[in-house]
Design a protein around this ligand. Structure first.
Ligand code: SAH
Ligand code: SF4
Length: 369
């Protein structure tokens, strides 16, 4: 009999599980606390459960998180972990410590089907969705690993961003369950503003999410007009900028003080000129927005260069002069390729698109010899 992995369950699903086996629903809170707060995986240690229930769970259930098989610490305190899933699948999770917070960048899929032209995950093609256990398991494993480190207390993950590998809204149900656990006071108790979902702009799922989860929203915009965005973020052909902006405008309509974070990757001579900044100001008119400029992280075979610091500053100044709150993302963990959106490393992957991509870059590099 295959055992049920209780790491998959948020409060609602955990309650359902206990009701289904004829147990009291309040057991759900107890289990969430044991698993996520105390990090206990052995039912025998769950002392407030009856002996009979412990025995029963031992036989039918399990608590299994992805296993960290490689930990790459960077000189600036950033960690990149390679995590092993079942079979040959691997994902990456990044931890970025700062003075007042610690951010974990979590993956939602193995690969991604959306094929943005500047994204190394997109170049790998899509392999599969992660289960809720594999998504929240990244947080679980990171908390456990960091708490073993010297000088770390056990609550150092203050923020989670769904900005690792994959498009989280293509894996809606599992991502929602995992984020529910992040917010749950019995589990990680993160504030809603400190959990951020980043999407390339899947409008129907965004509309659903705005009703079903209170987390913060980041939208990967990257271009101020449809022509350019169609090229950089191909899903724009299905969900163009005008509709996307209308969706963003309505997103936090019941919470007027919240803003959507727009991510804008800075690609030299592609989308980084003053005229692009001015266009961006126009399309953001009336949208509660802040903008985060992301210096492009190059990867082998990438067809772009990172914009210069001067270009990025000039771009940001145009936004600021128009009253838009704009920041530039610090690049961290450069020595280990650990920036969000740059999670490719040693990920084993055998999709067709990645084979085509590898062929292309090997041919191009041999042509350059
Ligand atoms: N699929 C989601 C979330 C994962 S990507 C999305 O697209 O929003 C997380 C962020 O990393 C996105 O803003 C993405 O555009 C950015 N990113 C992807 N490739 C990058 C690269 N090479 N350099 C810098 N940022 C990158
Ligand atoms: Fe997928 Fe996001 Fe990368 Fe685009 S940027 S390919 S949506 S992971």
């Amino acid at each position: 009999m295959t055992k049920i992995n209780l790491l998959n369950f948020d409060l609602k699903h955990m309650r359902q599980f206990f009701t289904d086996i004829g147990e009291a629903p309040y057991r759900a809170q107890q289990l969430l606390k044991w698993i996520h707060f105390y990090g206990v995986t052995d039912f025998e240690q769950m002392t407030n459960l009856s002996k009979a229930l412990r025995q029963r769970l031992q036989e039918t259930a399990e608590i299994v998180a992805p296993e960290i098989i490689l930990d790459q610490p960077s000189s600036d305190g950033t960690h990149k972990w390679l995590m092993q899933l079942n079979c040959s699948n691997r994902i990456e999770t990044v931890y970025i410590p700062e003075a007042t917070r610690g951010t974990l960048c979590v993956s939602s899929q193995v690969g991604c089907s959306l094929n943005c032209s500047f994204c190394s995950t997109g170049k790998q093609g899509f392999n599969r969705d992660l289960t809720a256990a594999e998504i929240i398991g990244q947080v679980w494993a990171a908390v456990r690993t960091l708490s073993k480190e010297e000088g770390h207390h056990d609550r150092h993950i203050t923020n989670v961003v769904m900005m690792g590998m994959g498009e989280p809204l293509m894996n809606y149900d599992n991502v929602l369950a995992a984020m529910n656990i992040m917010l749950d006071d019995h589990a990680y108790g993160l504030a809603k503003r400190r959990v951020t979902l980043s999407t390339s702009g899947l409008i129907p799922q965004m509309q659903r999410l705005s009703k079903e989860s209170p987390v913060s929203l980041a939208v990967s915009l990257h271009a101020p007009n449809d022509e350019l965005r169609n090229e950089l973020v191909p899903i724009n052909k299905k969900y163009p900028i005008k509709d996307l902006m209308a969706t963003c405008k309505a997103y936090f309509k019941d919470e007027p003080r919240r803003k959507v974070m727009f991510e804008y990757i800075m690609l030299e001579d592609v989308n980084d000129r003053p005229q692009h900044a001015k266009q961006l100001v126009r399309i953001l008119e009336g949208v509660p927005a802040k903008v985060n400029l992301i210096p492009f992280n190059p990867f082998p075979g990438a067809p772009y260069k990172r914009s210069s610091a001067e270009r990025i500053d000039a771009f940001r100044n145009i936004l600021i002069a128009s009253g838009i709150h704009a920041t530039t993302r610090k690049t961290r963990g450069d020595d280990i390729d650990a920036a969000c959106g740059q999670l490719v490393g040693a990920v084993a992957d055998r999709t067709k698109r990645s084979v085509r991509w590898l062929k292309k870059i090997t041919t191009e590099s041999s042509e350059n010899l």
